[in-house]
Design a protein around this ligand. Structure first.
Ligand code: DGL
Length: 265
């Protein structure tokens, strides 16, 4: 038994989709979430910058004595996971491999599409992971940089949002992929919109469930679950915690009690 918390981080609000699934899968665990709102978006930044941000956050979480860190951000997982695993003293799990594994299981025609941030697309992390899992898989990628601000502000649900989703997904439809990876932790929020656009024959994959199972298995294997814990969530943001609290509702579907401001340097 291990009563230490699990650390979770993202560039901002998107990782709350992962946090929500983790808290359902591990209701007894203490969860600490860090949203790097001062540096968001990561999706348009360089590998060096994202790695620096991710290391600063992971070191902060290490100081909170976490037993494991979840990188609840595709961009940081794609660009910085290897460096984090080298430099951080507790296990660090990213979202790319769980998503790729699920997609490789789901595809019937071997055509998988990935929608993600520009940085995730450029890193080729998903096509590489998918090829390693099954070399017959062909991957089509599409960066959708406008989705993140539209989701955070709730504008995606307006008429203009629908048109933008349709335009971005046009290439995905052309690619004939039968499986689409939601390669950004914000995108599960608009899963229904994406599904309505692509049709029900296309399987949408997000990493949250597979990732939560992996975290649970890992903690169980090392006897690090907290079976008699009461379960809690502590949320930090590196800037504008009030805005974070307000917008978190668009993602979690409920009000957060408190968001703590934590500047890292
Ligand atoms: N949530 C991040 C991801 O999963 C994207 C947001 C950003 O660009 O910072 O990639």
């Amino acid at each position: 038994m291990d009563t230490r918390p699990v650390g979770v981080f993202d560039s901002g609000l998107g990782g709350l989709t992962i946090l929500k699934t983790l808290s359902q899968a591990l209701p007894k665990e203490k969860l600490i979430y860090f949203g790097d709102t001062v540096n968001v978006p990561y999706g348009s930044k360089s590998k060096a910058a994202v790695t620096r941000f991710a290391l600063d956050i992971a070191r902060f979480l290490e100081k909170q004595k976490v037993k494991l860190i979840v990188v609840a951000c595709n961009t940081a997982s794609a660009l910085a996971l290897a460096e984090l695993q080298k430099k951080i003293s507790v296990p660090v799990i990213g979202v790319i491999l769980p998503g790729a594994m699920k997609a490789a299981q789901c595809t019937r025609n071997g055509k998988v599409a990935v929608i993600a941030t520009e940085a995730t697309v450029q890193s080729k992390a998903y096509p590489r992971a998918l090829k390693r899992l099954d070399k017959r898989i062909h991957t089509y990628q599409r960066a959708c940089p406008v989705f993140v601000p539209l989701i955070e502000e709730g504008w995606i649900h307006k008429k203009a949002g629908e048109q933008i989703v349709a335009d971005y997904l046009h290439g995905v439809q052309q690619s004939k992929a039968d499986t689409v990876i939601l390669g950004c932790t914000h995108y599960p929020v608009i899963k229904k919109k994406i599904a309505a656009c692509l049709g029900k024959e296309v399987k949408l994959v997000d990493s949250a469930q597979v990732l939560a199972e992996e975290v649970k298995t890992r903690l169980a294997q090392t006897d690090q679950l907290n079976p008699s814990g009461r379960g809690s969530m502590k949320i930090y943001a590196s800037d504008a915690p009030a805005r974070f609290k307000r917008l978190a509702k668009n993602i979690l579907g409920r009000e957060l009690r408190r968001v703590y401001l934590k500047k890292l340097n």
